[in-house]
Design a protein. Structure first.
Length: 558
């Protein structure tokens, strides 16, 4: 990945644990893993885990595995597998030769399940699912032993083998660990290890009709791969005793340890894969890569660079306790990453015609515009000036309030890179709407330079020449949810923002933007950061707003 290291490497309690293990000789080589389930697209929360696991491995000279915990073929698709690999690489990480799947170990996992049966630590249960849930008890009441808990080893072996042979329908039987139905930890109340699923697996096809649960496959896969530090989020903390119990009761080749850190929570954002799936399935968004989605695909399409996401994750840090991060921290990281490099361009989102009455009809001239005020190496570009221009509707008021410094009758402003112009009159349609401004210009202010008499203006506006401005569609994305804690009242879908996407047509951009590459980031002066969307064409490009400016020039200047 690109080198984003600072003079001081990141420190947190996870890295302290790894450092202590290395210093004490408890591990001779650090091996971490990122183990997504291929049942959806990766989101911001996964980015934190990716950066942590791959980052720790890199910093300690180890390796990080990408492993798909593909144990539920009902929800898994090859498209998700491909997307996950694409997203991890986009974020800047590479697993090299260390790509694995839990399905690689199905035969070994099955053998270990039989090992538990032989030792009297697992049994086949015929209890219907709803009844089984009731038998598990509650947080304050112990569970009840299943009547099938007392089957003999021989009967359990025969039934489990018949399960593998496909002799029973879905849901008819499960294999459960025999631990403690009175345990205060619900995860130890005889958890399910295998269930019957007559479904085609993306990798193993129809070779299996029973599949291990995530809890059973996860720790054992870690052991097979020699993972030294199994790092996961806090919701798996209560699963750790089961993780350790299985490791202790099986002849695994290694003894990995699980460590938990706080998951990422962001205001105005939902990071539940179940809810994200619902948003896509029910058409609330256009797909997994909708720029309003907190998926890495959506964030990338919105124009957020991978470096900004890594910077954000670094700023959030790694903690032991859950907390919620203000989404403005994310926006700030994006701005701080884009500002030093994104070239500047002019675009008019809501155009208003401006006619310079004392500029010769049919005449045009080429002016020079700076591509980046702080990066002279980016050079300049030519822009066309003519009698008829477009400016933003918001930059004019016929009856302005005090301290409105932009265009109004009798007011003079600077056109960026152009001239000083003064509004003399307005044109209106039959409904009284202003449709054009009649102005004059000062020829002695070319390039936006102050006139010889030294008079000053209080506003500088962006503009486009009507003759060669390129029609464009601009998509303004905002928060998908209209409250900082979506679903706090119980129904997350009730908190969907009805105006999270505003599509502007009739916009215009500089000719230089017609050939912008998909995903290319630019700053529309005084407006925000945008990127070219794949829906666009050279004749009609489409731009997505990535993030607004912190303090736009328009606000600063009135």
């Amino acid at each position: 990945m690109a080198d984003t290291a600072t003079s001081e490497p990141p420190r947190d309690f996870i890295r302290d644990i790894v450092q202590a293990d290395v210093d004490a000789g408890r591990v001779t080589g650090v091996v971490t893993r990122f183990p997504p389930e291929p049942n959806g697209f990766l989101h911001l929360g996964h980015a934190k885990s990716i950066c942590l696991n791959f980052g720790v491995a890199r910093e300690f000279g180890g390796k990080c595995h990408l492993r798909f915990d593909d144990t539920n073929p009902v929800k898994e698709e090859q498209a998700f597998i491909d997307a996950i690999q694409r997203d991890v690489k986009w974020l800047g990480f590479d697993w090299g030769d260390n790509l694995f799947h839990a399905s690689d170990y199905f035969e070994q996992l099955y053998a270990w399940a039989e090992h538990l049966i032989e030792g009297g630590f697992a049994y086949v249960d015929d209890t219907p699912p709803e009844q089984m849930r009731a038998q598990r008890g509650t947080l304050t009441e112990p569970g009840q032993n299943s009547p099938f808990r007392y089957r003999s080893v021989e009967e359990n072996q025969a039934l489990f083998r018949d399960m593998r042979a496909g002799k029973f329908p879905n849901g008819a039987r499960v294999l459960r660990a025999k631990i403690d139905m009175a345990s205060g930890n619900m995860n130890l109340r005889d958890p399910v290890l295998y269930r019957i699923l007559h479904a085609t697996h993306p990798r193993t096809g129809d070779a299996w009709c029973i599949y291990p649960t995530y809890d059973f496959a996860h720790g054992q896969s870690d052991a097979i791969e020699g993972i030294t530090h199994s790092v996961c989020t806090l919701e798996f903390e209560d699963h750790k005793p089961l993780y350790d119990w299985l490791i202790e009761h099986l002849p695994v080749p290694a003894r990995p340890r699980q460590y938990e850190f706080a998951r990422l929570n962001i205001t105005y954002t939902v990071l539940s894969k179940r809810i994200l799936t619902t948003l896509v399935r029910d058409g609330h968004v256009s797909g997994w890569d909708d720029p309003r989605m907190p998926t890495l695909a959506g964030i990338r399409r919105r124009g957020v660079p991978a470096a900004a996401l890594r910077e954000f994750v670094g700023r959030v840090g790694v903690a032991r306790a859950n907390s919620t991060v203000d989404v403005q921290m994310f926006d700030a990281a994006v701005r701080d990453t884009l500002n030093p490099s994104a070239p500047r361009r002019m675009a008019v989102l809501r155009p208003l015609k401006l006619i310079i009455e004392n500029y010769p009809e049919g005449q045009t001239e080429t002016l020079e515009a700076i591509n980046h005020p702080d990066v002279p190496e980016q050079g300049t570009r030519p822009i066309t000036f003519s009698r008829e221009l477009y400016v933003e509707q918001d930059d004019f008021m016929e009856n302005p309030p005090r301290k409105f410094y932009r265009l109004s009758p009798g007011k003079e402003v600077r056109l960026r890179y152009g001239y000083y112009v003064t509004c003399r009159s307005v044109e209106k349609d039959a409904d009284g709407n202003v449709v054009a401004l009649r102005c004059t210009y000062d020829p002695e202010t070319k390039g936006g330079n102050a006139p010889p008499d030294g008079r000053k203006v209080q506003a500088t506006l962006h503009w486009l020449s009507a003759a060669d401005a390129v029609p464009a569609e601009i998509r303004l994305y905002s928060h998908l949810f209209n409250r900082p804690d979506p679903g706090a009242d119980g129904d997350v879908m009730a908190d969907l923002a009805p105006d999270s996407l505003e599509v502007l047509t009739g916009c215009f951009v500089e000719p230089a933007l017609a050939s912008a590459a998909v995903g290319e980031a630019v700053q529309f002066e005084r407006t925000g950061y945008f990127c070219a969307d794949p829906d666009g064409t050279a004749e009609r490009p489409v731009f997505n707003r990535t993030v607004g400016l912190r303090d736009s020039y328009a606000k600063a200047k009135g």
